[in-house]
Design a protein around this ligand. Structure first.
Ligand SMILES: [Zn+2]
Length: 288
């Protein structure tokens, strides 16, 4: 990307040397009681499963207090996850604020937060078999909330031509099928995703979003507690392990398995979180 670079001021190095400050210190966030979550999970029985075919999307429902697990089956495969409040599609996963709170990549103990004005945990990660990966020498890590989802509009913009099995379209068809909404209406509810199993980062020299072959292997999984009643949609990305390209049928693609589990009782001390308590006056007394 060409930039018109101005000459640096005399104190440029001093300005660059200022130490960063964390935007959103999370010490005040309520911490999930993972021990209680895991104790409940240990009692859970499987209630259902959905196999997401390669280059397709599928929806699934999870009641509050139940668990869901996304598993790599067959071969390395990336999944694009959307979440909605099952009773209100306007409450959707908020990738950007989740990133601001937890960082660019999620793992055990992190939450998927919902959009304003709700801003509450929708799901909490309780197990991540790729938790060992950490941050690699390229600055890459797994399960990012920095990407968006592959979509046919960007594909057309950059490459020309139409491709119909981008994650955006897969999620759109899945949501339309699950809700009965017309395709065009369902599309408006599709949003930026949690990139399950995807390995991504930003290049240090240009700041560009990069991807590399996912370290996921069959049997690896990511597991969540549903904090509220959820409608989820998962797309098995046409990029497969996202080692080379997406938005085409070129990559080897595999299915992803979604399983749901009901505990004998919800985690001890747990209750579904209430929507954010801000009064929404936005500083105007009459609210108009
Ligand atoms: Zn994709």
């Amino acid at each position: 990307m060409p930039h018109d670079t101005p000459a640096p001021p005399p104190d440029a190095e001093a300005r660059r040397a200022v130490a960063p400050v964390i935007c959103y210190p999370v010490e005040t966030l309520p911490v999930p009681d993972l021990a209680a979550y895991r104790a409940a999970r240990a009692t859970a029985r499987k209630t259902g499963e959905v196999l997401v075919p390669p280059r397709e999307g599928r929806c699934f429902r999870v009641p509050a207090g139940h668990f869901f697990r996304i598993t790599c089956v067959g071969g390395p495969q990336v999944g694009d996850l959307n979440l909605w409040n099952a009773a209100d599609l306007s409450e959707r996963f908020y990738s950007g604020k989740t990133r601001a709170l937890h960082g660019s990549h999620l793992s055990t103990g992190d939450r998927m937060w919902s959009a304003l004005p709700f801003l509450r945990p929708m799901a909490t990660i309780v197990a991540d078999t790729l938790g060992w990966y950490g941050i690699d020498p390229f600055g890459g890590s797994v399960h990012d909330v920095i990407g968006t989802r592959c979509d046919p509009y960007t594909h057309r913009l950059l490459s020309g031509g139409d491709y119909h099995h981008c994650c955006h379209s897969n999620l759109t068809r899945a949501l339309a099928d699950a809700t009965g909404l017309p395709l065009a209406e369902a599309e408006m509810h599709v949003h930026d995703v949690l990139n399950v199993f995807m390995c991504t980062g930003f290049t240090r020299d240009t700041g560009q979003y990069f991807m590399k072959a996912s370290p996921v292997r069959p049997g690896d999984h990511l597991e969540f507690l549903a904090e509220i009643d959820l409608l989820g949609a998962l797309s098995a990305c046409p990029g497969g392990d996202c080692s080379a390209e997406h938005s085409s049928d070129a990559a080897a693609c595999f299915p992803l398995l979604v399983e749901t589990f009901a505990p004998e009782a919800p985690p001890a001390g747990w209750a579904p979180p209430a929507p954010n308590g801000y009064g929404r006056s936005h500083g105007r007394r009459d609210g108009r």
